[in-house]
Design a protein around this ligand. Structure first.
Ligand code: PHE
Length: 393
C-alpha cells in the first residue's frame, strides 16, 4: 500500500537559499550562470518529490504545490524572480522558467498516468478471479435420518388418503391426559413421567396459572383434530414428544412419534388391521408378517400392541447359524401401540359415539429408524455428529 505524501512533506520549497518568495536580488543572484544553477536546484527538488511513491491524492497535492495558480512554486517564481528581475537576467530567468514549466507539466502528466494505472492494477488484483485456484467446497447438507423416516412413513399414509397435521409440543394436561380418558391419579400416568413447565403466577395472583407440560405423546392431536373437524377424519401427526426418561441406548428425554387417527361412520377392526398391515409391508417389505397382542391404553378399546415378524432373520429368530441380534431370537419385533378409539374419547369432542367408530395408532419413529437402519444407540439421533449424519445422505 502506498503511503500518501502529506501536504507538509510536499512543501515544494522549504530551503531558504532558493526560496521563491524572495527575489533574486535578495538571494544574491546577479549572473545568468547563477540563475541556471538556481533553477537546476529547484528542478532537482521537484524530481526528488515526484519520484516518491504516489497515489492519486498525494499526486494532486504535489501538482498543486508546484503548478497551483495562487501559490504554486511556478507562480511564486514568476512573481518574485521573473517580474522584478534585473533586465540583464530577465531573459535567462524567462527561458529557465519555461523549461521548468514544461518539465513539471510533462513529468506530472507521466506520473498521473502511472498513478492511475497502478490504481487500476490494484483494483483488478483485488477483483481478479483466479480460475486456477481450487474451488471452494461447500458441502451440501442432507435431511436428518429421523426426518427421512418421517417422510417415508408420511408418503405411505398419503397414498391411502391420510393427511398430515401438526400440533404444539407444549400442551395442557387436558389434551395430554384428561380428554384422552386419563383422569388425574389414573395409574397410567405413571408410565409417562412428564416435564411440567414452571409458570409465573397469574397477574392478579388469585387464580392459579393453567398448568402446561411437554407432551408425552402425539395423541393430544387426536383430540385437537376431532375438536376442529367432523368425521370423516384421516390424519397422521408427526412430531417430537418428551418424557422424563434417563438417557440410555433406547431412551431419550425427547423422541419422535407419528400418531394416526381414522374416524368415520363405518370403520371396523378389519379396516384397522388392514391399514396397519399395508403400512408395515410398505415400510419393511412385502414378506413380513404382522400380529397383534392385547394391550391397554385408556383411549383405545380394544387396545393392541403390533408386532412384525423380524425382517432381518425372516422371522426365524436365527441368522447365519446364531441367534438373530435384532429380535434376540424372538422372531418377532414389537412395533407400536394402537387400538379402536375408546367411545369415551368421543364424549370429549362432541362426536356421537353411537354413530362413529375409528382406530388410532402411535408409532415410535426412533425405534423404527434404529431397526430399519441397524442403529444400536438412540442417542446418535441427537448428537448431531456429522460422521453419523453423513451415512444417510
Ligand atoms: N400414545 C401412545 C403412547 O405414546 C401410543 C398410542 C397411540 C396407543 C394411539 C394407541 C393409540 O404410548
Amino acid at each position: 500500500m502506498l503511503s500518501p505524501i502529506s501536504a507538509k512533506s510536499t512543501d515544494a520549497m522549504s530551503s531558504s537559499d532558493n526560496n521563491p518568495e524572495r527575489t533574486l536580488a535578495d538571494l544574491g543572484v546577479t549572473r545568468p550562470d547563477q540563475v541556471l544553477s538556481l533553477f537546476a536546484e529547484v528542478r532537482e527538488r521537484f524530481d526528488r518529490q515526484v519520484s516518491r511513491p504516489l497515489d492519486h491524492p498525494s499526486w494532486e497535492i504535489l501538482r498543486q504545490s508546484w503548478l497551483g495558480r495562487k501559490s504554486g512554486v511556478l507562480t511564486l517564481i514568476t512573481e518574485h524572480w521573473l517580474k522584478p528581475a534585473a533586465p540583464d537576467l530577465k531573459r535567462s530567468v524567462g527561458q529557465e522558467l519555461n523549461k521548468l514549466k514544461t518539465h513539471l507539466e510533462t513529468t506530472l502528466e507521466e506520473r498521473r498516468v502511472d498513478v492511475e494505472s497502478l490504481a487500476d492494477h490494484v483494483a483488478s488484483i483485488r477483483d481478479r478471479v483466479d480460475l486456477s485456484l481450487p474451488g471452494v467446497n461447500r458441502p451440501v447438507g442432507s435431511r436428518h435420518l429421523i426426518r427421512q423416516v418421517f417422510q417415508e412413513i408420511e408418503d405411505i399414509f398419503f397414498s391411502i388418503g391420510f393427511s398430515v397435521v401438526e400440533g404444539p409440543e407444549i400442551e395442557t394436561p387436558y389434551y395430554n391426559f384428561e380428554a384422552l380418558n386419563i383422569p388425574e391419579f389414573h395409574p397410567v400416568r405413571d408410565d409417562m413421567d412428564t416435564f411440567y413447565l414452571e409458570l409465573p403466577p397469574s397477574p392478579d395472583k388469585k387464580t392459579a396459572p393453567t398448568q402446561l407440560l411437554l407432551r408425552t405423546h402425539t395423541s393430544p392431536m387426536q383430540i385437537r383434530t376431532m375438536e376442529k373437524q367432523k368425521p370423516p377424519v384421516r390424519v397422521i401427526v408427526p412430531g417430537k414428544v418428551y418424557r422424563r426418561d434417563n438417557p440410555d441406548a433406547t431412551h431419550s428425554f425427547a423422541f419422535h412419534q407419528i400418531e394416526g387417527l381414522a374416524v368415520d361412520t363405518d370403520i371396523t377392526f378389519c379396516d384397522f388391521t388392514g391399514t396397519i398391515e399395508y403400512f408395515v409391508k410398505q415400510f419393511f417389505g412385502p414378506s413380513v408378517k404382522t400380529r397383534f397382542r392385547p394391550s391397554y391404553f385408556p383411549f383405545t378399546e380394544p387396545s393392541v400392541e403390533f408386532d412384525v415378524s423380524c425382517p432381518f432373520c425372516g422371522g426365524t429368530g436365527a441368522s447365519n447359524g446364531s441367534t438373530c441380534s435384532k429380535c434376540k431370537g424372538a422372531a418377532w419385533i414389537e412395533l407400536f401401540g394402537a387400538g379402536m378409539v375408546d367411545p369415551a374419547v368421543y364424549g370429549f369432542v362432541n362426536y356421537d359415539a353411537k354413530k362413529v367408530s375409528g382406530f388410532a395408532f402411535g408409532i415410535g419413529i426412533d425405534r423404527l429408524a434404529m431397526l430399519k437402519y441397524g442403529i444400536d444407540d438412540i442417542q446418535v439421533f441427537f448428537q448431531n455428529d456429522v460422521r453419523f449424519l453423513k451415512q444417510f445422505p
